[in-house]
Design a protein around this ligand. Structure first.
Ligand code: VG1
Ligand code: CO
Length: 606
């Protein structure tokens, strides 16, 4: 092939967000759009990092991925890259890309230097929906802000990009190595099995035998919903072939370009089929599964559900049984939902006992700022190093590279560890199965199993409970969202006025003792990230946090995070929306949510 230099001009709006550049497919399909971004990335990395490099290119398989992969292969060849590694059919989950960068060694002994991950994660896919691209570094983690800022600056000045001419499209459906002769020597494209490196890594972390034993118990049934994302390419290999789960335990596990028309976001709103299966007698005549889980499009997120124990309350009046009144706890549809903030805290609390990888102890734990403080309490009790970082996984990477953090998580259904540098949906499921296997190791005979719900309630009894909810207002007018945010910042200049307003709304809410915009100084490299969310911190430990999303592709999304800590064991069993109602009311009125956005209700509550 030959190297062609193509003239181009800057295109507006190519600023990477929380996790790469995400836009509608029709935006990506504009002439030079993808090319400009890819060249800007090569230029940001610099010729010495690009020439002779080995790069991974793959993603969640969403619409436009296959075209994008061919374009990136040709541009890589022209920019002097030595080899491109592609997961079969262009499929690799985000955590698998991270694992491949860190673990995979080619036949000639070479390793990868970085990756283009093609995903818009939990955003819908298809011709009228979203596409996305992000670059990950040699540690397997997302490019830090220093690099993403450089990429953006380059997109505003770009004049040309390089692309190979005469290089045929590579068949990415067939495993194998293809070599091409370029002006500067050989260029290879290596198509490999999407799952094997990742499966090998999981087997080195967890005790698969003990999980298998748990899954072979007829009392323990599971359901895993990949929402037609790339997790499906791993689920059968891991849950069925390695761990012996029934094939009927997997739903929506065939990856689709448009995720079957759904929204591949593992929460109670979008994982409808899983939620229905977990409900008693809703879709089948059998009992609901003991354990349910779901993943997002690129399989870095997870949702954990358990079977809900039916609770009967008996109230006896005058010792006369005939007047006994009993009620069912009907709410929550019989499934037990583990909040992601609790999930990371519970994993951290049990990791050393239940997961061989952590047997020698945790180096430290970390959470993103809006994530609840459940993890803080565990860290304090277990005397672990603790860090609070801004939203987005890239901030955990430095801590992990420096050996300061083993387990971390975000409220947005992201949980993970230092085995890779991305959050990891299947890892989180295996962590939960490991904890369940550990707690039930003597129960698999006749005794009642310790359930997901038992584990969570036990955790609350030990550490207290952080009631938590997040309200999302999606696709709000961008100007209105900005105004709401500056209104909230302005209010913070007088806390006494804030507290006066609050007193006028609810008398049963504690008072605000601190208000700011979260700012983070990376303890490893000293870099500072400002404006990472508006915080209102209350005297009793409650928090209200407001952020604008950095992953959307249209308008603005306002996220409101609400948290309240309850230590009193007699008060930890309430429904979270009930418990948080006073704080929610304060948050909505204080921010003038309806006034600014015209919305009387959020789009999604998690
Ligand atoms: C959201 C989440 C954040 C997460 C990010 C990427 O970002 O809040 O916690 O790291 O998505 O996850 P934002 O800026 O929209 O709030 V994924 O699975 O979309 O790569
Ligand atoms: Co994701």
């Amino acid at each position: 092939f030959k190297i062609a230099r193509v003239e181009t001009t800057p295109i507006d709006g190519q600023k990477p967000g929380t996790s790469g550049l995400r836009k509608k497919v029709k935006v990506f399909k504009q002439p030079h759009y993808l090319q400009n971004f890819v060249q800007a990335t090569f230029n940001a990395l610099g010729a010495d990092k690009v020439r002779g490099a080995t790069l991974v290119v793959s993603g969640d398989g969403r619409y436009y991925s296959k075209d994008a992969i061919q374009i990136i292969i040709k541009m890589a060849a022209a920019n002097g890259v030595r080899s491109i590694w592609v997961g079969q059919n262009g499929l690799l989950s985000t955590p698998a890309v991270s694992a491949v960068i860190r673990e995979r060694v080619a036949a000639d002994g070479s390793k990868a230097n970085g990756a283009f991950i093609l995903t818009a994660s939990h955003n819908p896919g298809g011709p009228t929906e979203d596409f996305g691209i992000k670059y990950n570094m040699e540690n397997g983690g997302p490019a830090p802000e220093g690099i993403t800022d450089k990429i953006y600056t380059n997109t505003t000045t770009i004049k040309e990009y390089l692309i190979a001419e005469g290089l045929p499209d590579v068949d990415i459906s067939a495993i194998g190595l293809t070599s091409f002769a370029g002006p500067e020597g050989q260029f290879d494209v290596d198509v490999f099995d999407s799952a094997s490196d990742y499966v090998k890594l999981m087997k080195s972390i967890f005790d698969f035998q003990s999980i298998q034993k748990l899954l072979s118990s007829p009392k323990f049934t599971v359901c895993y919903d990949a929402l037609h994302g790339v997790a499906g390419a791993y689920a059968k290999r891991i849950f069925v072939e390695e761990l012996g789960a029934q094939e009927s335990s997997l739903i929506n596990c065939v990856p689709k370009e448009d995720f079957g028309g759904g929204h591949p976001d593992p929460n109670l709103t979008y994982a409808k089929e899983l939620v229905a299966r977990m409900g008693l007698g809703k879709t089948n005549e059998q009992d609901p599964p003991e354990f349910g889980a779901a993943a997002d499009g690129d399989a870095d997120r997870n949702m954990i559900l358990g079977k809900r124990q039916v609770v009967f309350f008996f109230f006896f009046f005058n010792v006369d049984v005939s007047t006994a009144v009993f009620t069912y706890e009907f709410n929550s549809n019989f499934r037990f939902f583990v909040t992601p903030s609790d999930s990371v805290a519970i994993i951290a609390a049990n990791a050393v006992q239940a997961i061989p990888y952590f047997a020698s102890g945790l180096k430290g734990v970390a959470r993103s700022m809006p994530t609840s403080a459940a993890l803080d309490v565990v860290a304090k009790n277990l005397n672990l190093k603790f860090f609070e970082v801004p939203t987005g996984w890239k901030f955990f990477g430095n801590l992990m590279d420096a050996g300061m953090c083993s387990v971390c998580g975000e409220e947005s259904f992201g949980t993970g560890s230092d085995h890779i540098r991305e959050k990891d949906g299947i890892w989180a499921v295996l962590a939960w199965l490991s904890i369940l296997a550990y707690k039930n190791k003597d129960n698999l005979g006749g005794k009642k199993l310790v359930s997901v719900e038992d584990i969570v309630r036990q955790h609350w009894a030990t550490y207290g409970r952080h009631y938590y909810t997040r309200y999302d207002y999606e696709n709000v007018d961008a100007g209105a969202a900005k105004e709401l945010m500056s209104h909230l910042v302005k209010l913070q200049s007088s806390l006494s006025e804030v507290n006066n307003i609050i007193k006028g709304i609810r008398s049963d809410v504690s008072k605000v003792v601190h208000g700011d915009e979260f700012e983070y100084k990376d303890p490893v490299d000293g870099s500072i990230s400002k404006h990472q969310g508006i915080r209102y911190l209350f005297e009793d430990g409650s928090r209200l946090i407001f952020r604008l999303s950095g992953t959307g592709s249209e308008g603005a999304t306002i996220r409101l995070y609400i948290e309240q800590y309850e230590k009193d064991p007699s008060k930890i069993g309430r429904d979270s929306q009930d418990a948080l109602a006073p704080l929610v009311e304060v948050a909505l009125k204080l921010s003038k949510m309806q006034e600014f956005t015209g919305r009387s209700a959020p789009t999604v509550i998690t």
